[in-house]
Design a protein around this ligand. Structure first.
Ligand code: F3S
Length: 400
């Protein structure tokens, strides 16, 4: 693998032991994928999940003197004050969270704790090479923004932040960004929620880079987030195209390049119905509603707030979002509407955290198949429905 003089110096330890270790990891990764060289990155997002292995790795780098050349944004953990008081989160878990956050702050990361950095704070431009990790993040920046990233891990993205480099392979290269599966959507896609189910059709679509046709072109930002998130959750996709919508697919020919599709998959109404039946509990009573995986946009918060304004929720309802959106929601009066109805808007918080052990044995409603999939291992189970049905259910205490 070709390394520049500066990269060789990093590997040799001239920039300190931490940088040398980070470069060693990246070189090994590059060799695995036959990368010819390193390329600079201008942005990084680390999907730090605040678990033991995460702390171990960042602490190892910190102890070796590493510091981020490229200040990286960070994924959410959970809001320790709220979770201690309302969700009975253990002091042991909170201590691990706080130690991990402190280590990332010391190494030079930006403590955004949002899983939608691509909407604010860390927004790459078209063609920019970046190192982003996290399910909704990688696929959104590749597909919707047209920036270039591989599906980085927590560790590889931290190494990229420390060195300012990534090995050049995979989705950084033109040839791997072309589509190879034509997905003809015959189902009538009417709502943002339908894109959650479409993304969860990964089993039928199969591995590769899907190119969707038959979708409306006035697709919302939320729908694009939903599609990518569920594709990546259900099938580890790094990228998709929608002809006439995403920037590398102005036409079907450009989406596929010279080779054309290797296979054609048709998605019908029956496929979406089958997915929903497979992943959701049947309608019935609920104990809670959990929304905001990925973190809700301001539009989604607004919709929830107007639905519950002046009413009282029958069950607990949490809406997870970024700190910026929570602040804006407060300024717009939306936060008060949700809180007066008995709901909670939580920033800095992810559904995949120990604080949600509080929900073990309960039945919830969510609009995110990803939320249901990840949360189940902590004990709750879910009915999955669109946002409006979720909020109506939270007001009534059941999904009818
Ligand atoms: Fe965000 Fe956590 Fe869901 S990072 S996408 S809330 S699993």
């Amino acid at each position: 693998m070709y390394l520049t003089a500066e990269e060789k110096d990093m590997l040799a330890g001239k920039y300190g032991k931490g940088t040398a270790l980070a470069m060693k990891v990246l070189v090994a990764l590059g060799e695995c994928f036959d990368a010819p060289r390193m390329v600079p990155v201008s942005r990084v997002h680390i999907a730090s999940s605040k678990k033991e292995a995460d702390l171990w790795f960042v602490q190892k780098m910190l102890d070796a003197g590493a510091y981020c050349r490229v200040a990286s944004t960070l994924n959410p953990g959970y809001n320790p004050d709220y979770c201690r008081e309302h969700l009975a989160t253990s002091e042991k878990d909170i201590e691990l969270l706080l130690r991990t956050c402190e280590a990332y702050q010391k190494i030079g990361a930006i403590p955004t704790y949002s899983c939608t950095p691509y909407l604010e704070t860390n927004v790459p431009r078209f063609g920019e090479v970046v190192a982003f990790s996290e399910t909704s993040v990688t696929v959104y920046v590749n597909s919707v923004l047209g920036a270039r990233t591989n599906r980085e891990s927590v560790q590889s993205s931290l190494c990229a932040a420390i060195t300012g480099r990534v090995p050049e392979y995979g989705f950084l290269l033109d040839e791997n960004r072309k589509g190879n599966i034509l997905v003809e959507v015959q189902a009538d896609i009417k709502s943002d929620f339908d894109y959650q189910l479409l993304g969860y059709c990964a089993k039928k679509i199969g591995p590769g880079v899907p190119v969707f046709t038959g979708l409306p072109t006035d697709i919302s930002q939320e729908a694009l987030i939903n599609l990518g998130t569920q594709l990546n959750t259900a099938g580890a996709y790094a990228m998709f195209h929608i002809v006439g919508v995403t920037p590398e697919a102005p036409t079907i020919e450009e989406a596929f390049g010279d080779k054309g599709p290797q296979r054609v998959v048709v998605i019908t109404e029956a496929d979406l119905e089958a997915v929903l039946e497979e992943i959701s509990l049947p309608p019935g009573k609920i104990d809670f509603a959990l929304l905001g995986c990925p973190h809700y946009t301001l539009n989604q918060i607004r919709e929830v707030a107007h639905m519950v304004a002046g009413k009282k929720l029958a069950v607990e309802m949490w809406v997870l979002t970024s700190t910026l959106n929570k602040e804006l929601a407060a300024r717009m009066g939306l936060l008060a509407m949700i809180e007066e109805a008995g709901g909670h808007v939580l920033d800095n918080t992810c559904i995949d955290q120990p604080c949600w052990e509080y929900l073990a044995g309960k039945i919830g409603v969510t609009d995110s198949p990803k939320c249901a999939y990840y949360s189940k291992r902590r004990g709750p189970d879910f009915i999955i429905r669109d946002l409006r049905t979720c909020v109506e259910a939270a007001l009534k205490g059941e999904v009818s």
